[in-house]
Write a protein that binds this ligand. Structure first.
Ligand SMILES: [Zn+2]
Length: 305
């Protein structure tokens, strides 16, 4: 048996499940991407365990597995065991996902929010020391948020912290995916952009929206709205580094400078506005798997990265 050991990293997204083997030097192998709904149906926890067992049989039968580490789009309890609410995953709500999977495998199982896994990858990829206050804002379908203080993720008293997307907007009443009315996410994330494209720019492909329309007043106003939760968190926390990422920011021609101008405009002067250190996440589609592996290694107290 090889002395090398691997973390099985899994990134469960709303659309796809990505899985891979990550060695101690963070090399990724046996990468696989499958539609989420082809696995997570019926008794979806059982199905997930079967999927992982099948993956191990095919790709890792003679390998030493150090841990299984899963990032998922879900609100979780503070022990990162029970999924409280996962609107995009069938059959996970209220289940002790960690306990179930732990009974199925003889190596440690770790769960975290998907954005936290991305955040760990971004720290590693940008050689950022995890010290002081660092925030991450990931704008995809929703508005994901991570806060790290002195090397520790802020998870709150119940595990429910960092819900920047669900801060309420004055006088707004549209119903959010979380069930509340008037959440920030409803006006700043990918879903809103999709509605804007359908209503205002039906002739433009959504991937080309920024490339073709970034000078339009509607897009300009979208960028200002997006800057508000980010500037709000900056004004509360005065972070050392702000990591910005997610599918919306990865779109072709996304006007980063304009967003930064609005963030600066809404940040308090002279500080923290004059000392903003913004880093962009570069999404390769593998970040979630690699971030899961980094998280697991950290949990196992290895010091390989
Ligand atoms: Zn909400």
């Amino acid at each position: 048996m090889s002395r090398e050991n691997y973390v099985i990293g899994i990134d469960i997204g709303g659309t796809n499940i990505r899985i891979g083997l990550v060695d101690e030097k963070l090399n990724l192998s046996a990468f696989l991407k499958v539609p989420q709904k082809s696995v997570l149906k019926g008794d979806s926890l059982f199905q997930l365990a079967q999927f992982i067992k099948g993956y191990i049989k095919e790709h890792a039968e003679n390998k030493t597995i150090a841990a299984l580490s899963i990032g998922l789009p879900a609100a979780m309890d503070k022990d990162r065991a029970i999924v409280l609410n996962a609107p995009n995953i069938h059959g996970f709500d209220g289940k002790n996902v960690k306990e179930f999977l732990q009974q199925e495998f003889d190596f440690p199982v770790f769960l975290e929010k998907d954005v936290s896994m991305l955040f760990y990858y971004d720290l590693y990829n940008n050689k950022i020391e995890n010290e002081g206050i660092i925030i991450g804002c990931y704008i995809g379908t929703g508005l994901g948020n991570v806060i790290s203080i002195d090397g520790k993720l802020v998870i709150g008293n119940d595990g429910a912290a960092c819900e920047l997307g669900h801060i309420p907007v004055w006088d707004k009443r549209d119903i959010c995916a979380c069930g509340n009315a008037g959440c920030m996410e409803t006006y700043t994330a990918g879903k809103f952009l999709q509605q804007l494209q359908q209503q205002r720019y039906p002739d433009v492909n959504i991937e080309e929206l920024f490339e073709k329309k970034s000078l339009d007043p509607e897009i300009e106003s979208y960028l200002e709205h997006l800057s508000i939760p980010i500037a709000t968190e900056i004004n509360i926390l005065n972070p050392r580094i702000v990591i910005l990422g997610g599918g919306v920011l990865s779109m072709k021609g996304f006007p980063r400078k304009k967003l930064e101008q609005y963030i600066y405009y809404h940040a308090r002067k002279p500080l923290p506005a004059d000392n903003l250190n913004i880093v962009y996440s570069e999404d390769s589609g593998e970040n979630g798997i690699l971030g899961s592996a980094i998280y697991a290694r950290k949990k196992l107290e290895y010091t390989t990265v």
